[in-house]
Design a protein around this ligand. Structure first.
Ligand code: ADP
Ligand code: ZN
Length: 210
């Protein structure tokens, strides 16, 4: 089974992708996490990506498509995978089709812009393993420390308020057209993002299982 999670930045794609990953035993592939890792390690792709990410813009398609292609070729993805944050443009979706990847369902997590802005200020991420948290909705057990790997939990560079607004604008311009793209292919399932993570998870599982 190959799934895609669509949604605005901060809609909760990553969190839901992780739950689905655990339930179905499929790897969650987050291009955002892979890009942050590449930036941290100073790889060639990372050097290209950093300025775009800090500005709230998308990283160029050729960089992201290359990273994604290598990732889904790995052994753990041979029975399926969950894409979180890819595709983010119609060009990327077309590239996926050209690779011969068949997508079973696209889960679109819908959250209104005002809510997104309020949520993002509380978002935190583990600098080591990429796990995501929220000071209110999903706090760590020990202040500043990742529950999973004991890494340091920080505010992402691009979660600053100015950048959040840019990222939302980028989402509406470049990513939202994918709702129609996958709707036309009969693959789209929209899930209304709830206040509580577990309530969204329940709706997400239902959307996948029907
Ligand atoms: P969010 O979903 O909260 O915006 P991500 O972690 O998915 O965060 O992505 C962070 C940043 O990484 C994006 O703002 C963008 O610059 C870059 N990025 C991630 N995935 C892609 C992609 N598929 N195409 C282009 N840029 C991407
Ligand atoms: Zn961690």
């Amino acid at each position: 089974m190959n799934l895609i999670f669509l949604g605005a930045p901060g809609a909760g794609k990553g969190t839901q992708a992780e739950s689905v990953s655990t339930k179905y035993g499929l790897p969650a592939v987050s291009t955002g996490n892979m890009l942050r890792e590449a930036v941290k390690n100073g790889t060639e792709a990372g050097l290209k990506a950093k300025s775009f990410m800090d500005a709230g813009d998308l990283v160029p398609d050729e960089v992201v498509i290359g990273i994604l292609k290598d990732r889904i070729a790995l052994d753990d993805a041979k029975n399926g995978f969950i894409l979180d944050g890819f595709p983010r443009t119609v060009e990327q979706a077309e590239a996926l089709e050209r690779m011969g990847v068949n997508i079973d369902k696209v889960i679109n997590i819908h959250v209104a812009d005002e809510k997104i802005i309020a949520r993002m200020s509380g978002r935190r991420v583990c600098g080591d393993c990429g796990a995501s948290y929220h000071i209110e909705y999903k706090p760590v057990k020990t202040e500043g420390v990742c529950d999973l790997c004991k890494g340091e939990v920080v505010l992402r560079d691009d979660d600053k308020p100015e950048t959040v607004l840019m990222r939302l604008k980028t989402y509406h311009e470049k990513t939202a057209p994918l709702i129609e793209f996958y709707g036309n292919r009969g693959k789209l399932r929209t899930v209304e993002g709830q206040e509580e993570i577990k309530d969204t998870t329940k709706l997400t599982f239902e959307a996948i299982d029907v």
